[in-house]
Ligand binder design. Structure first.
Ligand code: BTN
Length: 326
């Protein structure tokens, strides 16, 4: 077993004890290693931020785990069928979406989760950057392999938006809203962004990546000065920090539930829930579609997730991409 594998095994043994002491002998037998090796692994776990108490006659006790989004921590309490059964963690990477493309091409299974503590080149929509400082937020990509046609892939943006809104609601007790096509808002300010990508051929999809960035514990001074929109974090709105690990588990559980439902029933129930979270329907908006600006009344979403806008001339426009302004 690798050093990392042994440490994950020790954490599993600690969890099984539920806060009780675990003797050095139990660990060395459980792992099939010497007592000196056990001591070395315990020291390395402490270096990673685990608080492990040692009492000579009793052994070791895990007093506190760091909020570090480590696979073992997330998987410990995960209530999912497929999402997060495989978790790939990076202390730092350029973009979790780029890593997800590699793992997708490498045959990683449906539901694989990629997480980074920080991103050096986090990707936002329309070639923008996604601010990704360390230790405070969640930057994750979920690799899915649904048996759907390429034109249906944008539907999954609504799945991730609803899952993120549910998880933020649970973590904060506040009521997040969604903004077409891929923002989640708290108090009218952007708290999360979604960047879905896919690899497909005309006849089918190889994989879809749900790229999700949630501002969890980011402080006001950590936001870039040149943002094009008002932004916030869950902690700013709630007034206290949230556990990143707990949030990640909750998010993966909601994605898992919605994904099972999507595979069984299609996108219609997800679109209905999304519409309930969105303030746009019935409002006059302006949509910047890069080549042209469309103004009119939002009448809803269609099954492909396109925004339906009735213009003053009475035509119904079906918009697949653009920036919406009230
Ligand atoms: C947006 O512009 O609103 C989309 C932002 C998406 C950011 C997330 S963070 C995790 C994943 N990896 C990336 O590089 N981007 C997405």
């Amino acid at each position: 077993m690798s050093g990392k594998g042994s440490q994950e095994e020790i954490l599993r043994l600690f969890r099984r004890k539920g806060g009780d002491y675990l003797s050095g002998e139990e660990i060395s037998q459980g792992l099939g290693v010497s007592r000196t090796a056990v001591w070395k692994h315990i020291r390395q776990l402490r270096d990673q931020g685990y608080t492990i108490e040692a009492v000579p006659s009793k052994g070791y006790r895990l007093a506190e785990a760091p909020d570090r989004l480590l696979p073992a921590e997330i998987q410990a309490g995960l209530e999912t069928q497929r999402i997060g059964r495989e978790v790939v963690y990076f202390e730092e990477t350029d973009s979790t979406n780029l890593r997800a493309h590699e793992l997708g091409a490498g045959g990683y299974p449906d539901g694989t989760v990629i997480i980074a503590d920080r991103q050096s080149a986090g990707k936002g929509r329309l070639g923008r950057r996604w601010a990704s400082p360390e230790g405070v937020n969640l930057y994750t990509s979920v690799l899915l392999r649904p048996d759907i046609l390429p034109f249906m892939a944008p539907q999954l943006t609504f799945l991730s938006a609803v899952a993120v809104a549910r998880a933020i609601g649970e973590a904060s007790g506040l009521q997040p809203r969604v903004k077409w096509p891929n923002d989640v808002l708290l108090s009218g300010k952007k708290v999360a962004g979604l960047l879905n990508e896919m690899h497909a051929e005309t006849e089918g999809i190889h994989y879809v990546i749900l790229g999700i960035g949630v501002n969890l514990n980011m402080r006001p001074e950590q936001f870039p000065g040149d943002l094009r929109y008002p932004a916030t974090s869950v902690a700013i709105e709630k007034g206290s920090t949230v556990s990143r690990t707990g949030f990640a588990r909750c998010l993966y559980r909601e994605i898992d539930r919605l994904y099972e439902r999507y595979l069984a029933e299609g996108v219609a129930p997800i679109i209905r829930e999304w519409e309930g979270l969105c303030d746009l329907v019935g409002r006059q908006v302006e949509v910047d579609c890069q080549q042209r600006i469309i103004r009119g009344l939002v009448t809803g979403l269609d099954e492909d997730g396109a925004l339906l806008v009735r213009t003053a001339e009475g035509t119904e426009e079906r918009i697949l991409a653009g920036d919406v302004r009230p």
